[in-house]
Design a protein around this ligand. Structure first.
Ligand SMILES: [Cu+2]
Length: 325
């Protein structure tokens, strides 16, 4: 029967078509499902990671003020020590010596002028006096040298093993900050346009678009290098200053005591826009630093394994549910 044959053929073709459809559609459906779950996870992650907001101008610390005479306030352990060296030892020593010299000059001018002392003494040597005026300066220099050399050696001490590593790169004319421990690639930090900075309450020519965010209270290993010419990474209120030399990594330890914004500048004449490559350090508590790292798409060292374990634990019940659906 012709009709029956045709019907059979049609049925056959339909079966093949259906099979083909199933074959092609099934993986498609699976993919779609995967894409959906990936989207869901991404959304979940985005919901968990709030966008990081930089500190406002109320957090600016360690800025120089008008009419001050000492070095600006220090916010690091080594800076405290440096400030003590300057304010507690050097300033008193300089002041004392200056007063002594001024007193001696006035005494000589009054006591030994032509009217008060018409017949001058012919003395040319006085052993005791000579020993005193050689001995006292030696003692003064020794008193200064001991804490001074100790301070220098501390400034150049290697950072401890567990320090947070940040690579600082000086460019003509901006800075790059990279966080290899946290999987955060280089962040470019440019000066904020001056009118924009002023409008937001920040000091012009010191504020930047992306700050160098660091955790407080822990040592930070700064690995400093120049990309093109010699720059110098300097933040006075954190007692940090080191040249950024092309082809050579210079290492120093920085530690910030308190959360805040600390400003610095490139301190090596590096070209036309040398004066326009400021440094802004934003020191934050560790939880906030973790937030910032997450907002950059990085993760805390050791966190990746924990996340992987969690993911495995979460996936298991989903696999059990799948056949039911
Ligand atoms: Cu520079």
């Amino acid at each position: 029967m012709k009709f029956g044959e045709n019907a059979l053929k049609r049925l056959h073709i339909l079966t093949i078509l259906a099979a083909a459809l199933t074959f092609f559609a099934a993986p498609g459906a699976a993919l779609a499902q995967d894409a959906e779950s990936v989207d869901a996870v991404a959304e979940e992650v985005a919901a968990e990671v709030p966008a990081y907001e930089y500190y406002g101008p109320d957090m600016i610390k360690g800025q120089p003020v008008d009419g001050a005479i000492n070095i600006q306030p220090q916010y690091s352990p080594i800076g405290q020590e440096g400030a003590w060296m300057h304010n507690g030892i050097l300033m008193y020593t300089m002041f004392g010596i200056s007063l002594l010299i001024l007193g001696l000059l006035l005494f000589v001018m009054i006591r030994f002028n032509k009217r008060a002392n018409p017949v001058p003494s012919k003395t040319s040597h006085n052993t005791l006096l000579e020993v005193i005026w050689t001995g006292i300066p030696i003692v003064i220099l020794l008193v200064i040298a001991v804490p001074s050399i100790a301070l220098i050696s501390k400034q150049y001490a290697s950072p401890p093993e567990d320090a947070v590593t940040i690579k600082v790169k000086g460019y003509q004319w901006y800075w790059g900050y990279e966080y290899p421990d946290h999987g955060v690639g280089e962040i470019i930090s440019n000066m904020m346009p001056q009118d924009e900075a002023r409008a937001a309450g920040f000091p012009a020519q010191l504020e930047v678009d992306n700050r160098l965010v660091v955790p407080v209270g822990v040592p930070i290993r700064l690995q400093i290098i120049g990309a093109d010419v010699i720059h110098s990474f300097a933040v006075p209120s954190l007692w940090t200053k080191l040249d950024a030399v092309p082809g050579q990594i210079n290492e120093t330890t920085m530690q910030v005591d308190e959360p805040g914004i600390y400003y610095g500048q490139c301190s090596e004449l590096c070209g036309a826009r040398h004066g326009y490559m400021p440094i802004a350090v934003e020191a934050v508590p560790m939880e906030r630093f973790e937030q910032w790292v997450a907002a950059q798409g990085g993760s805390m060292p050791g966190a990746e394994e924990a996340v992987a374990e969690e993911a495995v634990a979460e996936e298991a019940p989903v696999a059990e549910e799948a056949p039911v659906a």
